[in-house]
Design a protein around this ligand. Structure first.
Ligand code: FE2
Length: 133
């Protein structure tokens, strides 16, 4: 079983974003499990695609919250989302579904999530607090 799981410290205090982040973490854990258990390549590829498409959705969701709130660092934040999506797609391609490369990709995703959430998403939550978005 993957040791990647949702932790209380990831909470930023915005219900909708926290909810979506839990699914994000859950999908990373699912990929981790599939790689560790040696599930077939097709399934691993499907899960990677599920997370990639979910990330697209989740980033748009956050960007719309920022847009509605008139968040001042919208452009920089969106740029970080776009960079992650580009890196993620690139790394999926480069991995050729080899186990050690997938393990590195999982660590990359998890580290990115933790650092982005605690450093950047937290600022959205603080900014929109009380704005009802
Ligand atoms: Fe974000």
């Amino acid at each position: 079983m993957s040791d990647i799981k949702w932790e209380k410290r990831y909470e930023i205090g915005h219900d909708r974003i926290d909810f979506e982040h839990q699914i994000f973490v859950d999908l990373i854990a699912k990929i981790d499990d599939a790689v560790k258990l040696g599930n077939d390549d097709n399934y691993v590829e499907r899960l990677l695609n599920e997370l990639r498409v979910y990330a697209v959705f989740h980033f748009i969701s956050e960007e719309n919250i920022m847009y509605l709130a008139g968040y001042p660092d919208y452009d920089t934040h969106k740029q970080h989302h776009d960079e992650l999506l580009a890196n993620f797609s690139q790394k999926i391609m480069e991995s050729q579904l080899e186990k050690h490369k997938l393990e590195a990709l999982i660590i990359f995703l998890k580290d990115w999530f933790v650092s982005h959430t605690l450093n950047e998403d937290k600022k959205i939550a603080s900014f929109v607090e009380g704005k009802n978005v």
